[in-house]
Design a protein around this ligand. Structure first.
Ligand code: AGP
Length: 614
């Protein structure tokens, strides 16, 4: 996610853009930039860092002009640095463009433009757009809006873009597909643009939410015009904004954590975007392409991480061993770094980290790298320390995760591990073709299934209210659902401060069953699959001791519903994909129990979002 702002009107644009970008920093903050259309043409200033760093970079340079665009970046392609910061400018300096989204086919478009003599200065996918629009306008002689429309006909991916042209003063052209764009209709002909309404609401409450495929022309003289994908003019529907600024930053949710739980259909989709190609039945992970054969030949995979990332690694163990038949060991990074582990030169080490800054994981990487292993990263923050220390890796593209309790990062990490395991298994021939294609179809369907699971929130909240005073909780699962039990327990304990433990369901008889009493909620993932009957027996063992069972079951299940105290249904899916679905009600349960207990959900006590110290 990036933050986009634009302004056309009678006021000086620069201060409005800077304030707007500050409001959007929660969407990304690794670099920022503005382009102002002044009397002598475009003035562009951009740099690595936050909006405050951009202001220091501008450092009093006159930024006079009443038309402009601004961008605060969450990198997906290309390190956070000055060159990769937006806006990106056409070769002749006529156009400046900002973008939020992912251009999936940027590589072939870039090759074509280079063959036509265009020079690229950045590593971003976005820069392709500004040269493509410039190329069309010079060859077709079309105006700015038509050039943008024609260019976007060649683009595959998600975008919200705004373009300013020194030859078309007093105008901005915007377009969106899958990434949000809101237009504000201000007083005196002022027009505002932003990724969401937070930068707009202080100027006007009259907004237009752009639809996918639409192109908007914001013109100081002619006002706002909107065209649909067929290039037909359409009357913009102006709405009056109701919600307050504070709520807007959280997308209308009470906490960032809940917003991020609800973002998971999008973030899972984005983690597959440009990587899972159903039509071709292929998985392409560009970031590790050069190491694919080494993974295929690996005799062992080590996965290191902490907390939720370690739980994602535990799911990864089941995935790689099932689909690629490669032995996997999952290690707490903090243990791995100090126990003088045996590391072989042909080992593959996968380091998982949302922040990319966790000290123990960084140290584990250094140790393994020093002993000759190949290090791959799965990170959410582009250009983070861990991302830079690995030999290669894949970014999760989940967007900034603000809530300390990790939610969308976990499902994005598991999605990446699933793609990797399936890709290696297909290359090794350890998955037959028909099953491979079926699994790709099932994986593609996961975001829609997560949407369905989110609809259980009211039921989950009701259950949370019953158990919000619990002092302990036990989470049980088998196979792929064992790491989910661990993750559910971590979520509950870290935000509600209720002691919770996750266990393999079969382990209950080896001790934890002594804890069962009429007070303790036992959360069991009991979906249809390889170990379903065994889990049903475990539930019966709990009930025989008067325990309270909250079961996560497959839609249509009747057996467990007969014996559990509460059953939350999730759509059927292969065992391997159950973690992506079953974790969602557990996230919601911990969230609501914590809220009802008056806990600070987004910043729980004693915790930090990134543990950069030992
Ligand atoms: C999980 O909800 C916690 N925030 C914490 O366990 C976290 O997963 C752990 O600190 C690892 O962080 P990382 O993914 O940024 O490396």
């Amino acid at each position: 996610m990036c933050g986009i702002v634009g302004y056309v009107g009678s006021k000086q644009a620069y201060p409005l853009l800077i304030n707007g970008l500050r409001r959007l920093e929660y969407r990304g903050y690794d670099s920022a930039g503005v382009a102002i259309l002044g009397t002598d043409g475009l003035i562009v200033s951009k740099c690595k860092g936050r909006v405050s760093d951009l202001e220091a970079h501008v450092n009093g340079t006159p930024m006079a002009g009443t038309v402009g665009i601004g961008h605060t970046r969450w990198a997906t392609h290309g390190e956070p640095n000055d060159v990769n910061a937006h806006p990106h400018v056409s070769t002749n300096g006529d156009l400046a463009l900002i973008h939020n989204g992912i251009i999936e086919n940027y590589a072939p478009l870039k090759e074509e433009l280079i063959s036509r003599g265009y020079k690229f200065s950045s590593e971003t996918d976005t820069e392709v757009l500004v040269h493509l629009i410039d190329d069309i306008r010079r060859n077709e002689g079309t105006d700015l809006a038509e050039s943008v429309r024609l260019a976007l006909e060649n683009v595959v991916g998600a975008y919200a873009i705004v373009v300013v042209d020194r030859n078309t003063p007093g105008t901005l052209v915007a377009a969106r597909k899958s990434s949000p764009l809101v237009i504000g209709i201000g007083e005196g002909g002022d027009l505002f643009l932003a990724s969401d309404a937070t930068p707009i609401v202080e100027h006007t409450r009259n907004v237009v939410y752009m639809e996918d495929g639409e192109i908007a022309i914001l013109d100081r003289e002619q006002g706002l015009r909107v065209r649909n994908i067929k290039n037909q003019e359409k009357r913009p529907s102006i709405q009056a904004l109701e919600i307050q600024l504070e709520a807007l930053e959280k997308g209308g949710f009470e906490h960032f954590m809940l917003k991020e739980i609800y973002e998971q259909p999008r973030s899972i989709r984005d983690s597959m975007r440009g990587r899972l190609n159903l039509a071709q039945g292929s998985i392409v992970l560009g970031g590790i392409k050069d190491y694919e054969q080494r993974i295929v030949n690996a005799k062992r995979i080590l996965i290191v991480g902490c907390g939720t990332s370690w739980h994602a690694g535990m799911v990864g163990e089941y995935l790689f061993e099932e689909f690629a038949r490669i032995p996997v060991e999952v290690e707490y990074a903090s243990e791995f770094r100090y126990r003088n582990p045996v590391i072989n030169e042909d080992d593959i080490v996968i380091a998982i980290s949302q922040s990319g800054e966790t000290a123990d994981t960084l140290a584990a990487i250094e140790l393994a790298k020093g002993r000759g292993a190949t290090i791959l990263g799965i990170c959410n923050v582009v250009g983070s320390s861990i991302a830079r220390q690995t030999h290669a890796g894949s970014y999760t593209h989940a967007g900034p995760e603000i809530g300390v309790a990790s939610t969308k990062a976990f499902t994005a990490q598991v999605t990446l591990l699933t793609l990797m395991a399936l890709m290696v298994g297909q290359r090794k021939g350890t998955i037959d073709g028909a099953r491979y294609r079926q699994l790709l179809l099932e994986l593609e369907a996961i975001p829609a299934k997560v949407e369905k699971v989110l609809k259980t929130e009211a039921q989950v909240k009701y259950i949370g209210d019953i158990y919000k005073e619990a002092r302990n909780a036990l989470y049980l699962g088998r196979g792929y659902s064992f790491p989910v039990a661990l993750e559910g327990a971590l979520k509950l304990k870290e935000i509600s401060y209720i002691h919770a433990e996750g266990y393999p369901a079969a382990e209950m008889k080896h001790g934890p069953i002594a804890l069962i009493d009429e007070e303790m909620p036992v959360i069991v993932i009991a979906t249809h699959g390889a170990s379903y009957e065994k889990v049903v027996s475990n539930i019966q063992e709990v009930k025989a001791r008067k325990g309270k069972v909250i079961a996560i079951v497959t839609e249509g299940d009747t057996t467990v519903k007969e014996i559990a105290d509460h059953s939350i249904e999730i759509p059927a899916s292969p065992d391997a994909f159950v973690p992506l679905l079953a974790v969602v009600p557990l996230q919601l349960l911990s969230y609501h129990m914590a809220v009802m207990r008056g806990c600070n959900v987004d910043q729980p006590r004693n915790l930090a979002k990134s543990v950069t110290v030992e």
